[in-house]
Design a binder for this molecule. Structure first.
Ligand SMILES: NC(=O)c1ccc[n+]([C@@H]2O[C@H](COP(=O)([O-])OP(=O)(O)OC[C@H]3O[C@@H](n4cnc5c(N)ncnc54)[C@H](OP(=O)(O)O)[C@@H]3O)[C@@H](O)[C@H]2O)c1
Length: 253
C-alpha cells in the first residue's frame, strides 16, 4: 500500500527535472498524477513511464502564467480523476539573460515574474477550492535557496521571484491553516536538471565551482527534492505548514 493510494496529485513542470522525479514518486506511492507543462512530447513520455509501471497519469498542457490555461489544467484534473488532493507548483524559469539591475531587460523581468510568481498564485487560486471540496490536502510550492539570499550573479529577478514564492506560500498557509490545507515551499540548492545544466554548468570549470559551493561535495539529484515534497504532502507532516524547507547539501549552513 502506498502513502497516497487513491489520491490525486497535480505537478506543474512535471515533464522534466525535479517535477518529473516527483510525478514518478507520487505514482509509485499510489497517487493518480496530473503531469502539467507546455512541452507535450516530454509530458507524454512521463505519463507513459508511469503507466508502464502500473500507475495512473494524464498530461495536460499549461502555461502557468495564463489564468485560462491554469483553469483548464484544474478542470481537466477534476474531469480525469474526480478532484485534487495535492499540488506541487514547481514550474519555473531562470532564462538565459543575466545582467546587473541597471542593464536588465524589462521584458525578461516581467516574464520571469509572471511564470515564477503569478504562475504559483494562479495555480493556488484555482487549486484551493478543489482541494477544499475533498476536505483538505496539501500544496508545495517551488522556491529555491535563491529565495533566501540575494543574487550577485546578474539574476536579481530569479532571487526576487523566489523570495516572493516564500512570502506567497506563508500567506496562503495562514489563510488555509484552519481549512485543513497545509501549504509549504521547498528551497533547493543546485539540482542536476536541464535548467541547472544550461544556466550554471555549461563548462567544466563552472561545474567545479558549483559543486564546490555545496559542503556535501556534490550537487543534488531531482529525487532528493521529490522525496521531501512527498513527505510534506504526507500525513507524517501533519503539523508542518508555512515552512520553507531547505534542501541544499549544507550550502546555507
Ligand atoms: N535545478 C536547480 O538547481 C533548481 C534549484 C532550485 C529551484 N529550482 C526550481 O525548480 C523548478 C523546476 O526546475 P528544474 O530544475 O527541474 O528544471 P527543468 O528540468 O528545466 O524544469 C522546468 C519545468 O518548468 C516547466 N515550465 C517552465 N515554464 C513554464 C510555464 N510557463 N508553464 C508551465 N510550465 C513551465 C518546464 O516545462 P515546459 O518547458 O514544457 O513548460 C519544465 O517542466 C523551477 O521552478 C526552478 O526554479 C531548480
Amino acid at each position: 500500500m502506498g502513502r497516497f493510494d487513491g489520491k490525486v496529485a497535480v505537478i506543474t513542470g512535471g515533464n522534466s527535472g525535479i517535477g518529473k522525479a516527483t510525478a514518478i514518486q507520487f505514482a509509485q506511492e499510489g497517487a493518480k498524477v496530473v503531469v502539467a507543462a507546455r512541452r507535450e512530447d516530454e509530458g507524454n513520455a512521463v505519463v507513459d513511464a508511469i503507466k508502464s509501471s502500473g500507475g495512473e497519469a494524464i498530461f495536460t498542457s499549461v502555461d502557468v502564467s495564463s489564468s485560462e490555461e491554469v483553469q483548464r489544467m484544474v478542470a481537466q484534473s477534476v474531469e480525469a480523476f474526480g478532484g485534487i488532493d495535492y499540488a506541487f507548483n514547481n514550474a519555473g524559469m531562470v532564462g538565459t539573460h543575466f545582467a546587473s539591475i541597471d542593464q536588465y531587460d524589462e521584458t525578461h523581468w516581467q516574464r520571469v515574474m509572471e511564470v515564477n510568481v503569478t504562475g504559483v498564485f494562479l495555480c493556488m487560486k484555482y487549486q484551493i477550492p478543489e482541494i477544499l471540496k475533498r476536505g483538505g490536502g496539501a500544496i508545495v510550492n517551488m522556491a529555491s535557496v535563491s529565495g533566501l539570499r540575494g543574487s550577485r550573479g546578474g539574476a536579481a529577478v530569479y532571487a526576487t521571484s523566489k523570495h516572493a514564492v516564500i512570502g506567497l506560500t506563508k500567506s496562503a498557509a495562514l489563510e488555509c491553516a484552519q481549512k485543513n490545507i497545509r501549504i509549504n515551499s521547498v528551497c533547493p540548492a543546485v539540482i542536476d536538471t536541464p535548467m541547472a545544466q544550461g544556466a550554471l554548468m555549461s563548462d567544466d570549470e563552472m561545474k567545479k565551482q558549483v559543486i564546490a559551493m555545496h559542503p556535501i561535495g556534490r550537487i543534488g539529484e531531482p529525487e532528493e527534492v521529490a522525496s521531501p515534497v512527498l513527505w510534506l504532502c504526507s500525513d507524517e507532516a501533519s503539523f508542518v505548514t508555512g515552512h520553507q524547507m531547505v534542501i541544499d547539501g549544507g550550502l546555507m549552513a
